[in-house]
Design a protein around this ligand. Structure first.
Ligand SMILES: O=C(O)CCC(=O)C(=O)O
Ligand SMILES: [Fe+2]
Length: 425
């Protein structure tokens, strides 16, 4: 089966006058891509070549700092701190700026890294982050138009916080050669926009389980829905699993702008709920670590994820289960198929504590998360997942990855039911 190509959609600003015919065409292409693949490539001219060069210089500048400086970038928010190389992902390193579209956010980070200042770094990151946020807003206004939920989208936009993350991947050692840059995962963001310095590596998994290699094009920005967007859209928008496999002998620099929703509960718009689309997710707070942990604990396995037509790189473990962010200690290996969930009022029985024998769970912890595993008051694990460290990953029999699950209200150890739809006022 030839894997499909990702849609490349023209987001040149001149074509995007709201409600013009080119805006409408772009809108339907983008929506189709988000619903089918959860991702598309936007060719976007909001970042000039000069700014593009400057932002990758800024990236080099920050990675060239001594580790003892980079580790100063800590965060109270899970998944936001500096992440150095780990045994699981030895090629990968990343560091991020919270609230990167604000002068305060950028200044705070810049001063932390360069107490005596770094004007160029500050200028280019702020400009880049704002330009990428504009692309996010354009996309969200298309989502708004398409679903008829303008007001809800504007509220979301008002509560959107942009975290800009610099990422660097080393080349694998010549002989040892494990090319794994980043484990397969879905993003915990609302939306992610990725941009790389035209070195291949990113791969996206289709709903059918095929891996698509993303060809880096100049001016291309990969717009990808995160788990939280999938939940918010009541499952209409797909959050794709993706990974990074290093090829060739060039280091890879990429940038990810991760949108989080702050100060507003994530709530499915009423328009996206009807008889045929009962609510699959209850309201939750994107920044509430415990709520997120619960969501991740009640893991959903998308039916397509349990089929295994993955084109694995030979040196990758053939079969694994990943969480990004890594889950809290699993209570059980709950297996609920969110697409086929019965209406919200129905009580579901999950298969735990007797999971199907053919799907053993192996959990990896993404490096950005390891710093957060000691987050205060993690719930005690009743069943601890098995953690394996590359390069000694044992083979397992299945490949499964986890999406943000339908936030089901746990009623008893073995029964879940959906939270009722939010009351209309
Ligand atoms: O480097 C990339 O292209 C992808 C990074 C990514 O998926 C992530 O940070 O969540
Ligand atoms: Fe990602």
């Amino acid at each position: 089966m030839t894997p499909p190509k990702l849609s490349v959609i023209d987001f040149s600003l001149k074509n995007l006058i709201p409600n013009s015919s080119s805006w409408n065409t772009t809108c339907s292409e983008a929506m189709h891509a988000l619903e089918e693949h959860g991702v598309f490539i936007a060719t976007y001219d909001g970042v000039s070549q000069e700014l593009d060069d400057a932002i990758f210089l800024a990236s080099r500048d920050v990675f060239d700092l001594p580790t003892k400086v980079k580790v100063l970038s800590t965060s109270d928010t899970p998944y936001h701190a500096y992440s150095g190389k780990t045994p699981i992902m030895p090629l990968y390193e990343s560091i991020g700026i919270e609230n990167a579209t604000t002068t305060e956010g950028v200044e705070f980070f810049t001063k932390l890294m360069w107490p005596s200042g770094n004007e160029n770094f500050g200028k280019s990151t702020l400009m880049f982050s704002k330009a990428v946020a504009e692309l996010y807003q354009i996309v969200m206004r298309m989502v708004a138009k398409s679903y008829g939920i303008k007001e809800q989208c504007e509220t979301l936009l008002g509560s959107s916080v942009q975290n800009l993350r610099f990422m660097k991947y080393l080349c694998p050692e010549e002989d040892e050669g494990n090319p794994l840059g980043m484990l397969p995962h879905t993003d915990i963001s609302f939306m992610t926009i990725l941009h790389d310095k035209q070195v291949k590596g990113l791969q996206i998994k289709t709903k059918e389980g095929q891996w698509i290699e993303v060809d880096p094009l100049p001016s291309s920005f990969i717009v990808m829905a995160g788990d939280v967007c999938m939940a918010w859209s009541n499952g209409r928008i797909h959050a794709p699993c993706h990974r990074v496999i290093m090829q060739g002998n060039q280091e890879r620099y990429s940038l990810g702008q991760f949108t989080f929703i702050r100060g507003l509960d994530i709530q499915i718009p009423q328009k996206l709920i009807d008889e045929d689309h009962p609510p699959q997710f209850k309201d939750f707070d994107h920044y509430n670590y415990n709520q997120l942990k619960n969501l991740l604990t009640n893991i959903t396995h998308h039916p397509t994820n349990t089929t295994h037509h993955h084109l694995h790189h030979p040196s990758l473990p053939p079969t694994t289960t990943h969480h990004y962010p890594p889950p809290p200690p699993l209570i059980t290996t709950t297996r609920l198929h969110h697409r086929s969930l019965p209406p919200a009022t129905t009580t579901l029985t999950h298969h735990s504590p007797k999971p199907p024998p053919a799907t053993p769970i192996t959990t990896y912890h993404h490096p950005t998360i390891t710093t957060h595993l000691n987050h205060p008051s993690p719930p005690p694990a009743t069943t601890t997942p098995t953690h394996h460290h590359h390069p000694s990953l044992p083979p397992t029999n299945t490949t499964t990855h986890h999406h943000l699950p339908p936030p089901l209200t746990k009623t008893t150890t073995h029964h879940y039911h959906h939270h009722p739809p939010p009351a209309t006022t």
